[in-house]
Design a protein around this ligand. Structure first.
Ligand SMILES: [Zn+2]
Ligand SMILES: [Zn+2]
Length: 247
């Protein structure tokens, strides 16, 4: 399976997963034309996208959904989340109940609940027919046991490492925004992400992508150091037991 992270961060998120010449997108949070351009840059034809799986309806995850209408791509999102998604043609709407399983091209996709201030936010577990497993966990204020269980034994983890709490505290954001980011339905700190990965990684050569870093309240080096430090407590070293990339 190939992973192309087409956009990451508060200005937009979009991830392409490709196998056997079929592609699915996780989120479409940049403008439609930008998604088309970035897909073509990595050698993917927009009309080979078989499905778009939305984590939640915040604009940095849904802005480019008119792409679905242009190419007639089905769009999957938590059933109650559709209340806040209005840009998708009716015949392409695919509401996901709890614990749905979807066949999409050469992919099998499961969802799991996450903790974020949207109505019905989800994370996704994507498998290929030969059982290669990718977990995608974006905006969430915490990682609970059932999320860990859903993601366990993945070959690839795509997870947000949003902020460093001290940087949020020191920022010039209004107090209400600071409280939202740091809350249990906000975003993951480097520490929370590192703790989750320490639970998940078993040192079999997993690929980790740290995504959705805040441009104001985080530094790639801090996110990387925090995760590496936690994993080293289990005796795992980057490049040997796992691979780490900060997007
Ligand atoms: Zn969000
Ligand atoms: Zn977001």
């Amino acid at each position: 399976m190939r992973v192309d992270i087409l956009a990451s961060g508060s200005s937009g998120n979009c991830i392409a997963l490709t196998t056997n010449e079929t592609t699915i997108l996780i989120d479409a949070g940049i403008a439609k034309t930008k998604i088309e351009k970035r897909l073509l840059e990595v050698g993917i034809k927009p009309n080979s996208v078989r499905g778009i799986f939305i984590t939640h309806a915040h604009s940095d995850h849904v802005k480019g959904l008119p792409l679905a209408n242009k190419y007639k791509i089905p769009v999957y999102a938590g059933e109650r989340e559709w209340k806040n998604i209005t840009t998708v043609d009716e015949d392409l709407i695919r509401p996901i109940g709890v614990g749905g399983i979807f066949g999409c091209g050469h992919f099998i996709v499961n969802d799991f609940n996450v903790h974020h201030d949207a109505i019905d936010p989800r994370g996704y577990v994507v498998r290929t027919l030969d059982n290669f497993k990718v977990s995608i966990c974006l905006d969430t204020g915490q990682v609970d046991k059932s999320m860990l269980n859903a993601m366990r034994h993945s070959d690839i983890y795509i997870i947000e490492a949003n902020h460093e709490p001290r940087m949020v505290e020191a920022s010039d954001y209004p107090n209400s925004v600071k409280a939202r980011i740091l809350s249990h339905v906000g975003h993951l700190s480097n520490e929370q992400t590192a703790t989750a990965l320490k639970e998940l990684v078993i040192g079999k050569g997993e690929q980790i992508y740290l995504t959705h870093l805040s441009s104001k309240n985080n530094l790639p080096m801090l996110a990387e150091k925090t995760v590496k430090r936690e994993l080293s407590k289990k005796g795992y070293q980057a490049g040997n037991h796992y691979e780490l990339e900060v997007i």
